[in-house]
Design a protein around this ligand. Structure first.
Ligand code: MG
Length: 172
């Protein structure tokens, strides 16, 4: 069974992951409109991954005999100034999500909920990657500056990203 406090916090995290998905879908639309189809592809995959994060938590609540409660997803931003601005917003957002995951882990620790701590370890590792990826693209974009060829090449690289099912959802 799940402690009520932990169940409520995981339900809140499901909503945060769905908001992340919505944010990245919005970024994908902006990139497509701005003439960066590769970046649009990269954010579309982010969108799918965030839905996966929500599904991992969703499955876990049900597996522990808890109750999933889906709340409204708030509106997301729709405008950014540049590709660099989009990736800076991505890093800032992922840093916020890392804080949420850490708080959830701290709560599970306080409640002596070892199963939830174990499940959250995947998310802790995932956040390290999310922040690293966003930071790498920020570094690339700062180096490129206004160089059209550099932007073209980076867009091509981001366009090559393909979706892979995260391990907790493999076979589900
Ligand atoms: Mg996430």
């Amino acid at each position: 069974m799940l402690y009520k406090k932990v169940e409520d916090a995981i339900n809140a995290q499901i909503n945060a992951e769905m908001w992340s998905a919505y944010l990245y879908l919005s970024m994908s639309a902006w990139c497509a409109k701005n003439g960066n189809p590769g970046m649009a592809n990269w954010f579309e995959i982010q969108f799918r991954e965030e839905q996966d994060h929500a599904r991992i938590l969703f499955n876990y609540v049900l597996q522990r005999g808890g109750e999933v409660k889906l709340a409204a997803i708030e509106a997301v931003p729709t405008e950014w100034k540049s590709p660099l601005d989009v990736f800076e917003a991505t890093l800032a957002h992922e840093q916020k999500v890392t804080g949420l995951i850490n708080s959830l882990y701290a709560l599970a620790t306080d409640e002596h909920d070892y199963a939830t701590q174990s499940m959250l370890k995947w998310f802790i590792d995932e956040q390290v990657e999310e922040e690293e990826n966003a930071q790498n693209y920020i570094d690339n974009l700062r180096m490129i500056g206004d160089n059209g060829y550099g932007l073209f090449m980076l867009d091509k690289e981001l366009g090559a990203r393909t979706y892979t099912t995260p391990s907790p959802l493999a076979g589900k």
